[in-house]
Design a protein around this ligand. Sequence first.
Ligand SMILES: *Cc1c(COP(=O)(O)O)cnc(C)c1O
Length: 249
Amino acid sequence: MKGADEPRAGDVATSGPETLSFAARLEAVQERIAAAFSRRERDIEGPPPRLIAVSKRQPVQAIEAAHVLGQVDFGENYAQEFRDKLAHRPDDDPLRWHFIGQLQRNKIKYVAGKALIHTVDRPALLEELHRRVDREGLVQEFLVEVNSGEAQKGGVGETELGALLDRVPEYSSLRCVGLMTMAPALAAEDTRPYFRRLRNLRDAESRRIRRGVELRELSMGMSADFEVAVEEGATFVRVGSAIFGERPT
Ligand SMILES: *Cc1c(COP(=O)(O)O)cnc(C)c1O
């Protein structure tokens, strides 16, 4: 357990002179998503994006506070932290969990069957996921993370994407539902080519019929660039600091 200086829900994003209250920040993000969606070109198909509140390193009280305000989708990055947070949740948890962190094979057990995974990027993860969920009779939905050109980040290279998707039909418990990427940290407008690229990759790969692969989701956009991502067709945006404020370190 953490000590008395653990941040509490009421502390979230309420410090700083110009900072809006937590509820106002959540609402402002939702309004910016809706406005960006209304700017989306008509030929870019897809439903209105869903907001994933990225709650990594935020206390469980912050998650509950956001839930009370109507937020349902939450994203976590660290497998053990995710496991510990789930332990606080009721069995019939109304929240939808997304795992968006880099995935290690030996930590898949904390995540398999418990979240929509956005970060599958190699065949070994397919195999381990299948092994974990199949014996429980579960189906695991996931997205494939595509690398946007930065070696230190995860994700399959564009040229290997097709080969990875080709492996999915080997595993009866797995369903690939989309693609995810992280744009480099650039000025928002400069991220557009990366999001457009992911959409084009999705459109190209969707022409190939593979059992267990239906690429309906595009997970792209974070606090700094989610409006551009929505304009380019995001169906999930992953927003942390614009909702919760700076993360506790
Ligand atoms: C932390 C993180 C986010 C959210 O980042 P913010 O800049 O706080 O919005 C989104 N996606 C991934 C993969 C992350 O690791």
